[in-house]
Design a protein around this ligand. Structure first.
Ligand code: GCB
Length: 594
């Protein structure tokens, strides 16, 4: 799926700003035709933003159900004869969209884009009403799954994961115009052989019968280095400048549709980084060279904005990661905004791109998040329909992110049940589908503590071992000597059993900023440092460990609970991005800082 861009033949208009907003807990809006106009009294709300923390209003913060949004947009007269599309970067977790009262789009899944051709329903040169109803309920057949309990006080959403269920329109909304005959999609897969790079490309078009596809690759200075015609082919780049970790060198692939005229009918530009990714034995290779992941599991999370994309936090977070010497992160536990991947492409930051398959684990949900005991996989809980939703989420993730050089690995789930035959039956088709969609990247999942190599039954399906381990926190809390022995024993067992690269995708300790103890005890800043230092000693002793992404970059919002003091405190930065003591340890380890 192509991101909207301004090109010589295309124009886009952002609909970000203040929209009208109305909660609809009873679900009355559809019956009452709110798509023809929200009721009087609707408030103003910023888009993009999660709605939860905008008002000091418990009904908004803990809302379960529909929330309506409305705006008006003037569609330029000069777009006459063009194809006009409305596109949402995301709406969490599902949405229905109307334009001037006509339904134009319906989308399930809170973290991937969707769009609708609205050419026939908009009025040119006039104001057009755009109405969206966003649903935030998670149920057994949604991804992520969850369930709603009816209580005397109304419905209560039960979550099976450890982050606040922020909802709303979280990313930019675009209205854009393209020619009727247009480039619908483009896919690139790159290769390297000595000093020569290759760019295999495929272009999909719509309404373009009789038009010729022409592609041209330009270097960062704008000089053309290769070109071809036809809907698919391979470009060869002599003396290629590869994309590599730490240096996000990008070429630009211009895709054009040509008829008889002296200008292209449509033109689209795609940034392309030429690099390769492979798993070889216990090594993870980028451009044939062993890569060691240093960085974090993150969240899209900040005060007031919730899970909305925000360029201020994005640039700041990347700057902080660079300051520490991090070279990578995981989009735990859902696809992040497209702007984040574009930024990582340009800055040479490596990304493990995760599908929103989180919470597929009854043991964890019941044990840690206080859910009623249930069976993970059953007709009444996570079933074939859930798996289909999960597959669709993977399809949309790959369709959106397949061309990003920063993405080197797909993570299709976080801490699912992975020790039962049902788990294997659930995951086999999902892994196969991911490989079918993208044979060029390895596939993994983040394995939960307790699913050790002697009981896990799904890791052989994957290319890498990704481990979330809390030795020294949930296990052997306050007893780092025992934690060190247990961590090393488990990592060694993984290395011996599978002979695959091991990436530590989570390890860490909740840490209350400002709590100091001369003798490190859990929750103190000193203990976080000691736990990280212990973990790093172990990683350095196990050859197969090729990555350390600790949990978490920053403190983040969760639902309240006996284990959460105003949220999850495992950040090495506070939620406001102020450093805890662990930052010095990381700078020394990752940057060689004194
Ligand atoms: C995990 C989960 C993550 C939690 C973290 C924790 O294993 O993957 O979502 O936030 O542990 O802090 O408990």
């Amino acid at each position: 799926m192509l991101a909207p861009r301004d090109t010589p033949t295309r124009e886009r208009k952002s609909l970000d700003g203040l929209w009208r907003f109305q909660l609809d807990a009873e679900g009355a809006g559809r019956r009452q035709g709110w798509f023809d106009g929200l009721p009087a009294g609707a408030r103003e709300i910023p888009v993009p933003a999660s709605y939860n923390d905008i008002f000091p209003d418990d009904a908004v913060r803990n809302h379960v159900g529909d929330a309506w949004y409305e705006t008006a947009v003037l569609v330029p007269e000069r777009w006459a004869g063009q194809r006009i599309v409305v596109r949402f970067g995301s709406a969490t977790h599902r949405a229905l969209v109307w334009v001037n009262g006509a339904q134009v789009a319906e989308h399930e899944g809170g973290y991937t884009p969707f769009e609708a051709d609205v050419t026939d329903v908009v009025q040119l040169g006039a104001e057009n009403r755009i109405t969206v109803v966003v649903g935030n309920v998670l149920h057994w057949q949604s991804i992520p799954p969850g369930y709603v309990e009816e209580t005397p006080d109304g419905p209560r959403q039960n979550l099976l994961f450890d982050f606040f269920n922020y909802a709303g329109i979280h990313r930019t909304v675009w209205l854009y115009a393209t020619p009727g005959a247009h480039v619908r999609d483009a896919t690139v897969v790159t290769g390297l052989s000595g000093t020569t790079g290759t760019v295999r490309y495929g272009v999909e078009t719509a309404g373009a019968e009789g038009l010729e596809v022409r592609v041209a690759l330009r270097d960062a200075g704008g000089a053309e280095v290769a070109s071809a015609s036809g809907g698919s082919g391979e470009l060869s780049v002599a003396d290629v400048h590869p994309w590599r970790p730490g240096e996000g060198y990008l070429y630009d692939l211009t895709v054009e549709l040509w008829g008889d005229g002296d200008r292209p009918t449509d033109s689209y530009s795609l940034p392309v980084g030429v690099r390769t990714v492979e798993v070889e034995g216990t090594r993870f290779l980028i451009n044939g060279e062993p890569f060691h992941f240093r960085g974090f599991g993150k969240h899209e999370d900040s005060a007031i904005r919730g899970k909305a994309h925000d360029n201020v936090f994005m640039v700041h977070d990347f700057a902080l990661m660079e300051w520490l010497g991090a070279n990578s992160f995981r989009t735990s536990h859902y696809p992040y905004a497209e702007e984040v991947l574009d930024y990582a492409d340009r800055h040479g930051i490596v990304v493990i791109d995760e599908a929103p398959g989180v919470g597929i684990n009854s043991g964890l949900a019941a044990g840690v998040f206080g859910a009623e005991p249930f069976q993970t996989f059953s007709d009444a809980t996570i079933n074939e329909a859930t798996r289909e939703a999960h597959k669709q989420a993977i399809r949309e993730l790959v369709a959106r992110d397949k061309n990003h050089p920063c993405v080197v690995l797909w993570s299709i789930a976080n801490e699912p049940e992975s020790v039962t035959p049902e788990a294997r039956a659930y995951f086999e088709p999902l892994v196969a589908e991911t490989r079918r969609l993208d044979p060029s990247r390895p596939v993994g999942f983040a394995n939960v503590q307790g699913s050790s190599p002697d009981v896990d039954v799904i890791t052989d399906l994957f290319d890498v071992v990704m481990l979330n381990r809390y030795y020294g926190w949930y296990v052997h809390n306050g007893y780092l000597a025992a934690a060190e022995r247990a961590l090393e024993a488990e990592l060694t067992a993984w290395a011996e059993k599978h002979g695959k690269p091991i990436i530590m995708t989570e390890y860490g300790a909740d840490t209350l900023e400002g709590l100091h103890r001369a003798l490190p005890s859990p929750w103190s800043e000193e203990y976080q440092v000691e736990l990280l230092a212990m973990s790093h000693r172990v990683f350095d002793r196990v050859d197969a460990v090729v990555g350390e992404q600790l949990w978490n970059f920053a403190d983040f919002a969760t639902v309240p609970g006996v284990m959460r003091v105003g949220g999850n405190k495992k950040g090495v930065f506070t939620r406001e991005r102020q450093p805890k003591a662990a930052v010095d340890h990381l700078r020394r380890r990752w940057r060689g800082a004194p």
